[in-house]
Write a protein that binds this ligand. Structure first.
Ligand code: G1P
Length: 296
């Protein structure tokens, strides 16, 4: 029987220290890129790839994320009364009715691996996706979004997939890094991972293929996370649980075709606003003209 993945974990409990003071009183996931909060792009990406059940791993102070995906009765009836149907549609139909969002809390900031483990009671014994909400995956102009292609790779190979993209060698210490026995992978292709390491020193990194925050993982990872000890930065790392899994099973790296924007840092966030603004019907022309006129 073909395996399927319908559940996704999205950890949103981070403090957003790299984008302070903007993220002091609002979750960093609610910061807008053009006209939508970052988290909406990420959830839409998951839904487009076939995800039906989304588990947000959250903490106090993050309730506006749940509110964003809930009904806003007062606003909706006011927009309806005024006949503002296009705007009404944009606030009313964010999630298809077949998609559910469940919220669990991470009571202590013990790391990404620990955040994912908090979703274990809801994931149960099923393979699951993980999407890190800082990272926007831009698949503009591609036939198919990268996550959708990665789900297909999971279906055809039957094994877990981790999305990767090459980064400049001097930046590898910011990411989890994978090695596919030294093999080069073409865009849109997958290859078996031989090794992976979280935030390696630049001179010790096995490659420049960085994990960009999209995973389809075997259910077994939840078991392994229970025993994963703190690693890089003193935190319980998802990468370490995946590295343990390699001893008993196979994971593949999926080389993305689009481009990642890290909205958890100021430059990546600004770049995302420019790129998504240039790809948005309402803003593309005026933004293009503005950029053309800039005297740098
Ligand atoms: C996390 C992961 C890392 C991955 C990165 C992508 O690190 O642990 O493997 O490359 O996300 O953004 P963080 O950015 O939370 O330190």
């Amino acid at each position: 029987m073909q395996k399927s993945v319908t559940k996704a974990v999205i950890p949103v409990a981070g403090l957003g220290t790299r984008v302070l003071p903007a993220s002091k009183a609002i979750p960093k996931e609610m910061m807008p890129v053009v006209d939508k909060p970052v988290i909406q792009y990420v959830i839409e990406e998951a839904v487009a790839a076939g995800i039906k059940d989304i588990v947000l791993v959250t903490r106090s102070g993050k309730a506006s994320i749940e509110d964003h995906f809930d009904c806003h009765y007062e606003l909706e009836s006011e927009l309806e009364r005024k006949g503002k149907i296009t705007i009404l549609d944009s606030v009313r139909n964010i999630l298809p009715s077949a998609v559910s969002i469940t919220v669990v809390r991470q009571h202590k900031a013990l790391g990404l691996g620990h955040a994912i483990l908090c979703a274990a009671p809801i994931i149960g014994n099923e393979d699951f996706a993980v999407l890190l909400p800082d990272m926007l995956i831009n698949s503009y102009g591609l036939d198919r979004a990268d996550l959708t292609s990665m789900v297909e790779a999971y279906h055809s190979s039957g094994c877990g997939q981790i999305m990767v993209e090459p980064v400049p060698m001097e930046h590898v210490d910011r990411y989890g890094v994978v090695d596919c026995s030294g093999k080069d992978i073409s865009s849109g292709e997958s290859a078996d991972i031989s090794r992976m390491v979280e935030k390696p020193a630049v001179d010790k990194a096995p490659s420049n293929l960085s994990i960009n925050g999209r995973y389809i993982l075997p259910a077994r990872i939840m078991e392994l996370l229970k025993d994963t000890k703190p690693g890089a930065g003193g935190e319980i790392q998802l990468t370490d649980a995946m590295a343990d899994y390699l001893i008993e099973g196979k994971l593949q790296a999926f080389h993305m075709s689009g481009k990642t924007y890290d909205c958890g840092n100021k430059t990546g966030y600004l770049q995302a606003n420019i790129i998504y603004g240039l790809q948005h019907d309402e803003t593309a022309e005026s933004l293009k003209a503005f950029i053309k006129d800039l005297k740098l």
